[in-house]
Each structure stands twice: as C-alpha cells, then as structure tokens.
Design a protein around this ligand. Sequence first.
Ligand SMILES: C=CC1=C(C)c2cc3[nH]c(cc4nc(cc5[nH]c(cc1n2)c(C)c5CCC(=O)O)C(CCC(=O)O)=C4C)c(C)c3C=C
Ligand SMILES: [Fe+2]
Ligand SMILES: [Fe+2]
Length: 344
Amino acid sequence: MAKSNIKKGVLVVNLGTPDSPKTPDVRKYLREFLMDGRVIDIPFLSRWALVNLIIAPFRAPKSAKTYAELWEDRGSPLMFYGEDVVNALKNDSELSGYEFALAMRYQSPSIESGLEYLRSKNVSEIIVLPLFPQYASATTGSVVEKVNSIIKKWQVIPSIRFVNQFYDKELFVKAWASVASSHINKKEYDHYVFSYHGLPERQIRKASVDGYCKLSEKCCSNINKKNQYCYRAQCFATTRLLAEAMGIPEEKYTICFQSRLGKEPWIQPYAEDVIESLAKSGQKKVLAFSPAFVADCLETTIEVGDEFKEEFEHAGGEVWDLVPSLNAHPDWVECLKQIILEKS
Ligand SMILES: C=CC1=C(C)c2cc3[nH]c(cc4nc(cc5[nH]c(cc1n2)c(C)c5CCC(=O)O)C(CCC(=O)O)=C4C)c(C)c3C=C
Ligand SMILES: [Fe+2]
Ligand SMILES: [Fe+2]
C-alpha cells in the first residue's frame, strides 16, 4: 500500500523575547507581554495604566541594558535555541511524518504565522507544544488561549492537541541530569538551589480546586486531584524528581522563586532570602538549577547566573555555579520527540 503523504503539524511555542536589545524593541515586547490578562490578571484599564504609564517606560531602558549583556552573535538565546531544537526535530528520520513551526507567544515569529504555515501544509492535526515544563495560566494557559482565538476563525479546524506540562517525564529529568553531570562530577558542592520563575500568589489561589492550596509547604508537597495544575506544587515535584535522579539528599537542596514584579505577594520562598540565608548559615559552594526554563534566557544567565552569584558572594558565599539550561542538548531533543510521538 502506498505510504500516505498527509502530515501532522507540531507548533513549538516559547514565551518570546525582544526583536533586539534596543530600548524601543524591549518596550514593545514588555507591552505585549504584560498586557496579556493572564500575565497581569487585573481589570483591563488598571492593567493598561500600570503597563503603559509605569512598567514599560521605566523598566524598558533598564531591561534593555540587561538584554544587551545577554545578546549573542546569534541573537537572544531563547530564540536561537528554539530554532536549534526545531531543526533537530525536523532532521529526525522518525519524525518525517511531521511538519514543524516555531512560534513565540509574544513578538516574533508569531503563533498566527506558525499556525498559518502548518495550515498551508494541509496537516491532518496539530500538536501544540508550549516549552513550559510546569503549567501556569500565565504561560501554557496563555498559549492555549491564543491558539484557540486564531483557529476558531478557520473554516476547517483540524484536531488540536495541547501539551499542558511535562515536568514529570522521565526523559526531561534525564536531560537535566545529563546537562548537570559535568558540574556534579567535577566539583563538590555544599548545597544545591532550584530556582523557579515566580508567580503572584493570587494566580496560584485561582488555579486551586476547593481552596485546597494554602501556599504552605504542606499543600505543595505532593500532587493530587486538587492541585494537579498548581504551578508551585509542580515546581516542588520537579525538584524532587531531579534531586532523586542526581542523588541529591533532601537536606542538601532548597527551592526558591525569583523575578517578583510589583508589590503584591508572590510565591515563596523568595530567591533573595534563600541566597542570603544559605550564605549566612555557612554554605560556601552552591550549584544552582533553573528548571522552569528549557532554554537559557535573561532569567537564567543574567538573573540566576550573574545577579544571584553577586548576592551570594556579597553575603559571604564563595562559589555560585549555574547549570546551563537544556538548550539544544540531544537528550532534550529526545524528550521532545517522545512527547510528540506520545501525543500523536
Ligand atoms: C516559567 C515560565 C515563566 C512564568 C511562569 C512567567 C511569569 C511571569 N513573568 C512576568 C514578568 C516578566 N518575565 C520576564 C521575562 C521572562 N519570563 C519568562 C518565563 C516565565 N514568566 C522568560 C523565559 C523570560 C525571559 C525572556 C527572554 O527574552 O530572555 C520579563 C522581562 C524581563 C525583564 O524586564 O526583567 C518580565 C517583565 C510576570 C508578571 C509573570 C507572571 C504573572
Ligand atoms: Fe516572566
Ligand atoms: Fe500548594
């Protein structure tokens, strides 16, 4: 029987990054990102005023300087590692029955252009793969909403499957262990820090079933029917899996949450408090992981790698190393391949 040439489509989506590290491009990026009602979940007019009159004008020039430090010859790492993994998937012979498009939730290439590309290839179904290991309404939820807002206008809507999270996939854990092995086998560390992007506490409460989530250590210490989509609980679960795979005992690691924005409470413990208390309690050599990100970006290289290192050393610590992100590591590409095949 002749082999069918009908293909399936895969839309690989990451958060997005400015088009360049120049202030106007950073401002444009921040505006689009922070005007998303799933990111700053307050009424439209208050959000508009906060973003356009306060955050974008004041933050853009500062962030632009940091983006300039991050920028490489190939551009923003979040973007070029996205291109690298998609190219690796395209070249995998086991995935020859798939068409791929890379998209960013904010800025370019847009989700709309990625979906249009897949539509032009007449794919029979589309797998949407947001590159966020843990579910949050502000990230995965926003990608799902955006995709739905576009395809609802299509005459023919193919079957669409969304990947909601993958923090617990064996190959995801294995990929982190592979990337970290060169650090772990080379040096002895006193302590390990797992730093995740933060979220406003309000967003955790909104995702909690029957008010289950009290934002205590206890409510996030396991995954159950009521907190299965709790970002904080999923970050705790990610840490347990990674620590177990790398043989790091419980007393040797600490979780924290970074990148707080605004005055409202965000999920705790806060990174700056953890860093200071580790240094003050005599931990000298620390290895840091950033497992909410699958590609290096501002939040990993600059915030965890440079700024946290400075804070740790200032508080009396001696060594602060960061495990790079999964980027285009072959084990990570293998993990993505398995996710795609399982969803098909
Ligand atoms: C785990 C993924 C992420 C979650 C959850 C998330 C929530 C979130 N972020 C902001 C505000 C900002 N985030 C910024 C950068 C940024 N955020 C993520 C991922 C998550 N954000 C990434 C990958 C990046 C880096 C992108 C890059 O180009 O390298 C920024 C911009 C940078 C800066 O100006 O400091 C802001 C602002 C909020 C408010 C939020 C949840 C509600
Ligand atoms: Fe963010
Ligand atoms: Fe919880």
